[in-house]
Design a binder for this molecule. Sequence first.
Ligand code: MN
Length: 383
Amino acid sequence: MNNKFKAILAGIFICMFSIMTTLEAQNMKKEGLNAKQQNIVTIAAFTAKGDLQKLKTALSEGLDAGLTVSEIKEILVQLYAYTGFPRSLNGIDAFMNVLKEREQKGIKDKPGKEPSPMPANKNNIELGTEIQTRLAGKPVTGAIYAFSPVIDQFLKGHLFGDIFGRDNLDFQSREIATISALSSMQGVNSQLQAHFNIGFNTGLTEAQMKSLISVLEVRVGRGEADNAHSVLSKALGQQIKGGYPMNTLSESAIFPKGEKIPEQYSKYFVGTAYLNMLVARDNEFNCPIGNVTFEPRARNNWHKHPGGQILLATGGRGYYQEEGKPARELHPGDVVKIAPNVKHWHGAAPDSWFVHLSIETNVQAGSPEWLEPVTDEEYNKLK
Ligand code: MN
């Protein structure tokens, strides 16, 4: 095979590979819950409702989908903190019976792993405070805990230390269980909203939350799904660290947020962003200035500007990252100078809207070169 032919083949291969990875990334961001996670939804919902007949079916289907005995037991144990001992104990009893019936049918269920011993160098309050802070995205305080310090101790030490500290069930599964249980109970919408946000902090995506709600709709009940959907909308708009919710963002922002980014550019974004061109892309000034607003988790693909770019952060919390360097956290007042042809991306933090002005410099050098998306895997690593 001659070298020229080899080079053409390699080119075709690289091209196909990049098309495949782009498609994979697009599928990933739209992907809902997997089969195991869907069964956590039904197990938690029917435990919370005390519907033991449907719970037994859900438990059996969960085992068939690959959940281990240890994982399911842990879900039912954790649920005592959210649904009370009676529901939890009834759930564990139903699970014992399901396992017995399956054993009689000759089905061998996977036992799964036992939790590792708790860390020896910290007590349950220290461990629980760490886990709670990580999941909530900030230290948890409030008037209710000042009024009743003992409930704060129980939450931190027992729920987040003793229970969440057990590593036989991951945090995403724990949050799927909690959200599904709270969605199936009456009068707990403020806790449900908090747990949607905690779920996002564990890396669950909007698509996965919507998939959770469709499982509720199909398997549990229309009312439960409708309520969960309206609470999810509030959680999506909430900005924990920036301090203003979605519907007041345009009032708090300096420049009007404008319209959703047009299709010709939105294909280079993950999530939803808005663009308001303050200075048009024309020959009069040769200096286009746009106000860009990113919804929580929204970000642009990796890209390069042949003439460079300056970002002025004006609202919320976001990130700027250059290839091969750690991401820089951005707050209002920050200035980012991006040299020509440096590969980078910018966008919002997971729990916050982000607004920046984009000033394109030396525009005669050419239009931006758009590259691959920032995958959920890369994005979820950011603090
Ligand atoms: Mn840029």
